[in-house]
Design a protein around this ligand. Structure first.
Ligand code: FE2
Length: 293
């Protein structure tokens, strides 16, 4: 797709689907690396992630301090009533986050790609900076629902600027919990804001506009290797995965360095400045003592 038509599609729908963006070798490398990270990760810390409840999930310290770390978070449904894992540990992880793009060599090499910089600029960003990376497993049988949301809720900037790149590392379809989105929904308001005050965080409803009705949403079924770029205000969701197949994906979130980044966002890049998709590696190593777990 040409640059002009990419931008036109992005402005019309709030998302663009680019099949074949990631080649098979890169898909295999990312999946293998995620496996290694999980295998090397310490015993279950018990930190769980839920994107299901409107306000029922309270992020813990593990989560709130994971902006410059590589940590594993468990599926809510991975534990039984006694708190024991009901599935093998490697099938119990919901995601790895949130600085793979800076702290892990395989994910760093993948994330800093000139093509991503060009795409972000084609969508109107002036100074795209990579803020967050997440590996999402959407495990077989227990992969949790992700309720309707807008990514700008977690990256408040003035003006709005966050852009998501979502890379399918397996075929995604209705059975294993593909993305759903409401085309054109990015022209609506930001409905919620995730705000941190000190050590506590909360989700604030700031606009009562309802989430898209089921018949306004389309299933973004796609093949492994597909890139889906999403506007930060695009409402999107995914259903639980009750199928026997996983639905792995990797995501990157970028914000515009020319926009004002809210100091109340959970993820701050003050100690370690964010850099662009096309910037070369920093000369210096990450700061001493940067937590890798
Ligand atoms: Fe999202």
């Amino acid at each position: 797709m040409r640059r002009e038509s990419l931008r036109a599609t992005f402005e019309r729908d709030g998302y663009v689907v680019v099949p074949g963006f990631v080649d098979d070798a890169a898909v295999t490398a990312l999946r293998r690396r995620a496996e290694q990270i999980v295998a090397a990760y310490g015993e279950a810390s018990g930190s769980r992630f839920s994107a299901r409840a409107e306000a029922g999930w309270e992020p813990d310290r593990e989560f709130l301090t994971s902006g410059y770390a590589v940590r594993c978070f468990f599926e809510e449904d991975a534990f039984d009533e006694r708190g024991e894992l009901r599935v093998a540990r490697e099938l119990a992880i919901n995601k790895i986050g949130h600085a793979l793009h800076e702290l892990d060599p395989v994910f760093t090499a993948f994330s800093h790609d000139r093509r991503l910089d060009e795409l972000a600029r084609a969508f109107g960003m002036r100074e795209p900076l990579v803020y967050q990376s997440t590996y999402i497993f959407k495990q077989p049988q227990i992969g949790g629902e992700v309720r309707w949301h807008q990514d700008a809720t977690y990256f408040v900037t003035e003006p709005q600027s966050v852009l998501a790149f979502w890379f399918a590392l397996e075929d995604a379809d209705r059975e294993n919990g593909c993305l759903w989105a409401a085309p054109g929904g990015h022209r609506g308001p930001l409905r919620e804001r995730f705000v941190v005050d000190g050590t506590t965080a909360r989700l604030e409803r700031i606009d009562e506009t309802p989430w898209p009705h089921h018949n306004e949403a389309v299933a973004l079924e796609c093949a492994s290797g597909t890139l889906i770029a999403m506007h930060g205000l695009l409402p999107h969701a995914s259903a639980p995965n009750r199928s026997p197949r996983s639905r792995h994906a990797f995501t990157l979130h970028a914000v515009d360095g020319t926009a004002r980044y809210s100091p109340r966002n959970w993820l701050q890049r003050t100690d370690v400045p964010a850099r662009g998709f096309a910037d070369s590696y920093r000369d210096a190593a990450p700061p001493q003592g940067a937590p890798v777990r």
